[in-house]
Design a protein around this ligand. Structure first.
Ligand code: NAD
Length: 161
């Protein structure tokens, strides 16, 4: 996978600054991002890393989950050691080993490329069905403020109370 570029960094900073008001509710909370090593996840991670700086408030703590089958991808290496980002290597279809309550969930873990979902059809169904099941289970338990799933093509949901 590609590495982070100056364009992505600037873009993430601009998005965080532009959305500072909308993103303010994230301040001081914990957000779980699945698929953090992927295309969408890594971009979101850059935006979230910029939120505290550009939004002027305290940043949020991000649990960046991915199965990281081949290790921490080069694309997010620059965020290793970031004080507000905790990388968690885990399969999202399995019970989630979270050590702190989370207020926000973004689900972007998936096998998204046709090359791979043709090769791994059952694993693709597994992550799309059981992965989101785990996330919604967690959202209900944690009474998360909001969860959203890139895997369901950007469907925002509120968990049942
Ligand atoms: N890329 C787009 O333009 C786009 C647009 C709309 C929706 N989506 C959807 O968003 C989701 C993410 O897309 P992407 O392009 O970032 O995909 P991607 O393949 O780049 O990233 C997916 C990430 O999920 C991780 N993953 C896969 N199975 C996992 C598991 N069982 N446990 C933990 N992590 C796992 C992979 O390691 C990878 O890092 C997909 O469902 C896709 O259909 C993508």
């Amino acid at each position: 996978m590609s590495t982070v570029t100056a364009i992505i960094r600037d873009d993430a900073r601009l998005v965080a600054a532009e959305l500072a008001r909308e993103l303010r509710p994230l301040a001081g909370t914990t957000l779980l991002l699945t698929g953090a090593g992927g295309f969408i996840g890594s971009y979101l991670l850059d935006v979230l890393a910029a939120v505290g700086r550009e939004g002027g408030g305290p940043p949020c703590h991000v649990v960046a989950l991915d199965n990281f089958r081949v290790g921490l991808p080069e694309r997010v290496q620059h965020l290793a050691g970031h004080p507000d980002i905790e990388f968690l290597s885990h399969d999202v279809t399995q019970p989630l080993p979270l050590e702190r309550p989370v207020e926000w969930l973004i689900h972007a873990a998936s096998i998204a490329s046709p090359t791979f979902y043709r090769r791994f059809p059952l694993e693709t169904i597994d992550v799309n069905v059981n992965g989101i099941w785990r996330l919604l289970e967690l959202a209900r338990r944690a009474r998360a403020a909001c969860s959203t799933s890139a895997a369901a093509r950007s469907t925002a949901t509120r968990p049942p109370r």
